[in-house]
Design a binder for this molecule. Structure first.
Ligand code: ATR
Length: 280
């Protein structure tokens, strides 16, 4: 392989579906490049970054390095700074830049699967106060939404509300039924419902009939939350599209082409998730 090389940097990275995703686009567009797994232990990050410019055009960053890479970067973009995590690296005039495209994935997925989602009144109610929550809040604020954060540990929701400022409020889970009455969008950003975790069991009966329910969990593809929302006749958005839509930003930087999220690509990943997840 002689073309540009990009990576997924993590530890471990064997589980990552990003190589499948970028491999699909490289093949589809006939690009002579590669997207490779870089399993790098925390202690080996200095060596990895010392050889960065000689080996790579950039890559993605996953657990446990989303914060740890920051000291090695020449610049961090606004999204990564506000979200507090880096998931995409690229070179600009030989300088290593870190960005965060998770918010683009979050919003791109909503735009694709629930067009018009931000058109009416009502706020977004988000469950959780972790890393995925921060990307969702950043994206929703950019689209002018008001956001109510509900979390088991209210202090963490309050910390996020203080960090993002105007337009974001913090609440306990006890307040959820009241908040649902005027919600346009309900988003799960907790780990509940993910394979191996307890299901998220909440009563959706108070949501307005035109509310949208979005779960960022995508293994399984149809969580209990989404099943319950469908049973109530609500519009739903699963989490796979967030993975698909966050990836284009990096691909564009590394390989010079804006890739498309096609039905064929979605099916490729959905089939892989179903094949590897019992009961999904
Ligand atoms: P990530 O960075 O991937 O979003 P995280 O920071 O571990 O993950 O956040 C997980 C989220 O799921 C948190 O909001 C967590 O609530 P707490 O802040 O109270 O820990 C939420 N969560 C996990 N298990 C939960 C449970 N059993 N009930 C309610 N919320 C839960």
């Amino acid at each position: 392989m002689s073309g540009p090389r990009a990576f997924i940097l993590g530890h471990p990275v064997s589980h990552s579906r990003s190589p499948m995703l970028h491999g699909y686009w490289l093949k589809r567009y006939g690009i002579d490049g590669s997207y490779e797994r870089a399993d790098v232990a925390p202690a080996d990050l200095p060596t990895f970054f010392a050889g960065f410019r000689d080996n790579w055009v950039g890559g993605n960053v996953t657990v446990p390095h989303k914060l740890a890479v920051m000291p090695y970067l020449d610049r961090i973009d606004d999204a990564a700074g506000r979200i507090g995590a880096v998931n995409t690296l690229w070179l600009e005039d030989g300088r290593v830049v870190g960005g965060n495209s998770d918010w683009i994935g979050f919003i791109g997925n909503l735009d694709e699967l629930a067009p018009g989602w931000d058109g009416g009144s009502g706020r977004a109610v988000i469950l959780g106060a972790g890393g995925a929550t921060r990307a969702a809040v950043y994206g929703l604020l950019k689209r002018g939404m008001e956001i109510a954060l509900c979390n088991r540990t209210v202090a963490k929701a309050q910390e996020l509300a203080d960090h993002f400022g105007k337009g974001v409020t913090a609440h306990s889970l006890d307040e959820l039924p009241g908040l649902m009455k005027s919600a346009r969008l309900l988003v799960n950003t907790t780990s509940l419902g993910m394979v191996g975790q307890p299901p998220l069991e909440i009563d959706l009966s108070r949501l307005p009939a035109d509310a949208i329910v979005h779960d960022v969990v995508y293994v399984p593809l149809e969580t209990n939350l989404l099943k319950a929302a469908k049973a109530r006749g609500l519009r739903t958005v699963d989490g796979l599209g967030m993975l698909l839509h966050q990836a284009g930003e990096g691909f564009r930087h590394w390989f010079g082409r804006t890739p498309e999220v096609t039905a064929e690509l979605r099916k490729l990943l959905a089939d892989d998730i179903r094949a590897k997840t019992p009961g999904a």
